[in-house]
Write a protein that binds this ligand. Sequence first.
Ligand code: FAD
Length: 296
Amino acid sequence: MKPPRFDYLAPSSLDEALGLLDQHRDQAKVLAGGQSLVPLLNFRLARPAYLVDLNEIDGLDEIRMDRGDLVIGAMARQRDVETSSLVRAHCPLLAEAMPQIGHVQIRNRGTLGGSVAHADPASELPAVIAALDGDLVVTSGRGQRVLKPDAFFVSYFTTALDPTELLTSVRLPALPPRTGTAFLEMSRRHGDFALVGVAATVTIDDAGVCTRCALALTGVGPAPVVPREVATSLVGVRPTPDAITEIGQGVSAFVRPESDLHASSDYRTHLAGVLTERALVRCVERTRGAHHDGRP
Ligand SMILES: Cc1cc2nc3c(=O)[nH]c(=O)nc-3n(C[C@H](O)[C@H](O)[C@H](O)COP(=O)(O)OP(=O)(O)OC[C@H]3O[C@@H](n4cnc5c(N)ncnc54)[C@H](O)[C@@H]3O)c2cc1C
């Protein structure tokens, strides 16, 4: 299959790219790693008149620390995020999720921002960002706005970005000491999109009592699903096996996934509970000082 005809535009600066988006609006599509967009073009599911390639713009792929937060540019390749020592040290949850995205060849080209902006309901990164309550930095010719995940991810393949805006970076906050994190997913084969995935974080105090717990799931709704009240019910108690089982049951009761070709609603509901429980067990183990850098 070949893509429909389009004009290829390769701006060399962010300002130039934003100017082109402002000029062509919904006639234009942004090209990042092309791992989702090119198949869409080839199957004629997208027919933009202009393709605005971000690959010639310097500085959009930085991975850096800023005031304790990890900041990742939208054009950072997924493989660079996966292998970054900063990411391993400061955001092991992200480091653990990265290798579960497709195959290494896809991650070599695919970008963090492309995956987030594409907003596939089964993708890993939106759930990781939602569990960490990260900031999504959006830039247009009018300036910058910063969105939280629940405002950014709207529905299936739909975000709050308008056609003149680019996602330029993602900011992930530092987690407190004595925090353990885990990302677990179930897919039919390695490299497939997740049937269900869970991103989890647990923080405990010196007495072993949970002071913070966050969960976000992928594959069980049109956008990342955040069972906030279920997760916070662990706060103030010791994360014992019984308490964790209760959270898993609470998550199963909370989610309402749809059935599709790959899995029934009942199976996804079951998986959501089981994976939550396993992820929380890992988080608690990882709060006990064992250094965890995201490697399995
Ligand atoms: C075989 C296969 C398996 C895969 N498995 C997985 C998987 O398990 N999990 C997973 O999460 N993904 C998976 N993917 C998708 C992969 O992660 C893509 O890299 C990602 O979805 C898109 O990133 P990209 O950089 O390639 O973006 P592109 O394909 O270039 O763009 C995707 C969309 O986002 C828009 N866009 C890109 N960057 C920006 C930006 N900065 N601002 C605004 N809009 C932007 C584009 O206009 C387009 O609409 C798989 C892909 C393939 C081909």
